[in-house]
Design a protein around this ligand. Sequence first.
Ligand code: ATP
Ligand code: MG
Length: 300
Amino acid sequence: MARSKNTSIIAGFVVRSTRKVPSYTHPGAFSSSLRRPRESENSMAKIICIANQKGGVGKTTTAINLGASLAVAERRTLLVDMDPQGNAGSGVGVERGVLRENIYNALIDDAEMAGVVKKTEIPLLDVIPSSDDLAGAELELVTMPERERRLARSLEAIAGEYAYILLDCPPSLGLLTLNAMTAAHSVLVPLQCEFYAMEGLSKILNTIRLVKKGLNPALAVEGILLTMYDGRNNLSRQVSEEIRNHFGETTFRTVIPRNVRLSEAPSHGKPILLYDINSRGAAGYLELAREIVEREVKNG
Ligand code: ATP
Ligand code: MG
């Protein structure tokens, strides 16, 4: 296949290196109707909050790799790192402190969102990194007016530029997560296939109910995502079955397998699609993006 010199192939994805005509194609991943960019319809971004108060369940891994997969499907996507740990930003190659201003300044000092957005290696994926200061924001927000709505207000200015905005939350249900849930249209709940999974789930679903009641009546559950699934492990299979029986279609069809390549990619500052596109982890997140986009197309 003839290719101009500013394109290269990453394991089957054709990648143009210029940002002016960004294009990733993966013939097997998305049908042409699903490749239609949402932003061309002049709509505002769909804002998905990725939350679970339980630590280490795959929130950040999902935020990074779902974001990259949506971008590859030609949906302009913004990843917002709402966690002071800063793993979402570093996982797409943006180190903390690289920007003079970050999500902290947008939340606390009303800094303009456009000034805190950073481009990533994937043309249609942008990121707003976090900083250590964000840990203090939980306390600083307490006395601020409209303290739960500050992220929602900040995002208004840039929501028209994206098809999706993904909010990576910290492992707590404090004011940062509440800001994310108040700004979002829906919550995606990653769930590790392990013994205490159900217990944590009722807590987050209860929080979503409370946010719906008081702060964001339109908030929906995007879905429960089973992560780190190991089909050889009885417990993984049992948890998965139990969740599906209990929550039915609220559980994503897609299951993210336990895959060591997913855990290696962040130390290279790359989403899995740039680190090892042939891995099972990459296939899982492409499939998840497809499932989310398909729903969107179906629901108009
Ligand atoms: P925190 O609550 O601390 O923010 P988190 O919910 O964001 O954690 P991650 O950081 O995404 O969770 O994942 C926790 C650890 O598990 C990381 O080391 C990550 O690389 C690894 N991990 C996540 N998903 C998978 C997977 N599907 N297969 C293998 N390892 C994974
Ligand atoms: Mg995280």
